[in-house]
Design a protein around this ligand. Structure first.
Ligand SMILES: *Cc1c(COP(=O)(O)O)cnc(C)c1O
Length: 366
């Protein structure tokens, strides 16, 4: 039995009728840009995150970029972020002409190490971007308290963690501003690119609104230099329909993760994800560490199992950031994760039998 990395057919079936009706309404109304469904989704998703405001944008990358611009990040500023993340977390800093400063991650959660963050702070540090990697919130109390001490803004990269909780609070409400992606494979995904800035800070909200719409306030007045990055009304129809199911789908992911954890236990060479007791993990990605990762991965693929790597190269070792002068060995924990990490198939409607098949294939591959 071959098993894809992701299979959303069942999810699509559940929302098909609602999406159909929603599309028809948008076509009739013609409010394609910042239309009613987009506004409703901004409100609904901000409420879901237990935050006051949502600003829908074109992608998660734009959400990060515009959030940093809204905070005033500029040339000569430094922004600290973990080296083990998707490159967009760093690109948004570069797009503001500021300098990304990479730090190592925690060995158990693979999230930013608060002590490493503290040590990397300089007079130029203006913001920190904790990434809730794979769906588990970073150590937010430590990070926000260090940040407050030094007057540093906290930008959550929540692109992988829609709906997870830290000390019973939702991600999206844990820093000054949070950024979400609705890229199709995220646990809340559109049928194209989409993203959102979520914040309870009125000033950030108002600047983000202008930044995504040519710096406009009113129709003809442009107060600042903004860009064009708006959530499509059509995508919002899909996202509104899916949001109603998100908590249930996250529970289904957690159930699959529990099945994985139970079945992986006898495989002593495999390190399964660790969830800290004070937070929930939504398992957007089910990432394990395995020895001889590249060989194991080939063997998995040969058995028809969809596996991927998130992420094989730390940002400090990417060619795009060669100018920063980092070298191999700078971040030993993140480098070990990058060498050994492998993502197993994970989607809400995965069956117990499919999880068993994946684990059996992994056992054979080791
Ligand atoms: C997906 C992702 C992004 C970028 O989102 P896009 O919508 O693809 O631009 C940023 N950060 C992290 C951690 C991501 O997983």
């Amino acid at each position: 039995m071959s098993i894809p990395f992701i299979d959303f057919r069942e999810q699509n079936r559940l929302i098909a009728a609602e999406v159909d009706t929603g599309f028809k309404k948008v076509f009739e109304k013609g409010d394609y840009i910042l239309g009613e469904q987009a506004r409703l989704f901004e409100e609904a998703f901000a409420r879901y995150c237990e935050a006051k405001h949502g600003v829908g944008v074109n992608s998660g990358t734009d959400a990060l970029h515009l959030a940093l611009l809204a905070l005033g990040i500029d040339e000569n500023d430094e922004v600290i972020l973990p080296t083990h993340t998707f490159i967009a977390t760093a690109l948004c800093v570069s797009f503001c002409r500021a300098k990304p400063v990479f730090v190592d991650v925690e060995p158990d959660t693979y999230n930013i190490d608060p002590e490493a963050f503290r040590k990397a702070i300089t007079k130029k540090t203006k913001a920190v971007i904790p990434v809730h990697i794979y769906g588990q919130p970073a150590n937010m109390d430590e990070i926000t308290s260090i940040a407050r001490e030094h007057g540093i803004k906290v930008v959550e990269d929540a692109a992988q963690a829609h709906g997870s909780r830290y000390k019973n609070r939702r991600v999206g409400s844990l820093g000054d501003v949070a950024c979400f992606s609705f890229y199709p494979t995220k646990s809340l995904g559109a049928c194209g690119d989409a993203g959102m800035i979520v914040t309870s800070d009125k000033g950030i909200y108002e600047r983000a609104l202008m930044l995504r719409d040519y710096g406009r306030q009113g129709r003809y007045e442009h107060k600042i230099k903004g860009t064009n990055s708006r959530l499509d009304t059509i995508q919002a129809v899909i996202l509104n329909a899916k949001l109603k199911h998100l908590d249930q789908w996250n529970q289904m992911r957690a159930k699959n993760a529990a099945a994985y954890a139970e079945l992986l236990k006898p495989l002593k060479d495999v390190v399964a994800p660790v969830t800290k007791p004070d937070r929930t993990h939504v398992f957007q990605t089910y990432a394990v560490l395995v020895p001889n990762r590249d060989k194991v991965m080939e063997a998995m693929k040969a058995q028809g199992i969809g596996v991927l790597i998130h992420y094989p190269i730390g940002l400090h070792l990417q060619e795009a950031y060669a100018e920063l002068g980092y070298k191999k060995g700078d971040f030993p924990v993140a480098e070990k994760v990058a060498d050994q990490v492998m993502s197993l198939p994970m989607f809400p409607h995965m069956t117990r039998e499919q999880v068993e098949t994946v684990v059996a294939a992994l056992k054979k591959s080791l």
